[in-house]
Design a protein around this ligand. Structure first.
Ligand code: HEC
Length: 265
């Protein structure tokens, strides 16, 4: 080991390895030890720093004639020395293999899901557990529509919407809230004919109450940011915000009659 470290080639390799470890892991793990902030290092930055280190090493080994020839010697021997035929053969096979592997790894198609907009509605459950009690969704209508004045429910729903939903679903109800761009899948537009216009109010209730965490597995892979509002809103609050969504967009909810005509699946 000591013998190799006295040789300029061994020293260069040692510097290269040490520099790599320092750049790749040192920047991430050392600053926190003294209470400073750190961040993961992107591989393009690692590559840039490593190129700088390599240039530095070349400047150093070539700056002195004796060191330069000592540095080249082992490489030269591997290339021409009859005794190093084995090593030469191994290199001749290994190098193209390495290049081939790296190339393959880069062009290999990835199996991760594409960034996508959700277009299919996952099948809703027949009943849900809402704030500790069982609620049957099948056939369920919005109770507020037959109780009190619709205008009042609309006003309540409007306040709830602006207090809770605005940041994601936007003030035009078009899914363009301030935070919308930060999420994948994106918050849905209620103006779109493909969202609440296609659903019964009970399904919308389920989606608001259970949010992204309540989506069934067959909808996977899912990483929906839609919160589960049953933790924050009462049952009437949710029905009121639903009234607001439909009144404001001018869509009418799908009714249970429509469902029946379709053959009741
Ligand atoms: C943190 C961002 C965020 C907030 C706040 C938010 N949502 Fe959502 N919402 C989403 C995302 C993202 C989706 C699309 C993915 C999904 O369906 O889960 C969504 C989907 C929905 C859907 C499903 C529509 C459909 O056609 O399937 C409804 C209904 C809904 N939101 C209502 C609301 C209501 C009502 C509120 C306020 C009480 C609200 N959301 C607040 C992010 C949010």
């Amino acid at each position: 080991m000591g013998k190799y470290l006295k040789h300029p080639l061994g020293q260069s390799v040692a510097i290269l390895v040490a520099a790599y470890l320092l750049i790749k892991f040192g920047i991430v793990y050392l600053p926190p030890l003294v209470g400073l902030a750190s961040a993961p290092v992107p591989s393009s930055v690692v590559l840039q720093y490593m190129l700088t280190v390599i240039v530095g090493i070349f400047v150093w080994v070539s700056d002195n004639e004796e060191r330069w020839s000592k540095f080249k010697q082992p490489m030269h021997r591997v290339m021409v020395d009859p005794e190093r035929k084995m090593a030469r053969g191994v290199l001749l096979v290994a190098t193209p293999l390495l290049v081939a592997f790296v190339t393959f790894d880069r062009v290999r198609p990835s199996v991760s899901a594409p960034v996508s907009f959700r277009s299919i509605h996952p099948a809703p459950p027949g009943q849900i557990d809402f704030q500790g009690r069982t609620m049957r969704l099948t056939g369920l209508e919005n109770p507020l529509r037959s109780r009190g004045s619709l205008d009042e429910h609309y006003e309540v729903g409007k306040r709830i919407y602006y207090q809770n939903c605005l940041a994601c679903h936007g003030d035009g109800l078009a899914g363009l809230g301030y935070y919308a761009q930060g999420f994948n899948p994106v918050p849905l537009s209620f103006q779109d004919v493909g969202t609440i216009a296609q659903l019964t109010e009970s399904v919308v209730f389920w989606r608001i109450a259970k949010g992204g965490p309540g989506l069934p597995n067959e909808g996977a892979p899912w990483n929906s940011a839609m919160p589960a509002w049953e933790d924050f809103l009462s049952e009437d609050d949710i029905w009121a915000v639903i009234v607001f969504l439909y009144e404001q967009t001018g869509h009418s909810p799908r009714t249970w009659g429509d469902e029946g005509e379709e053959g009741g699946h």
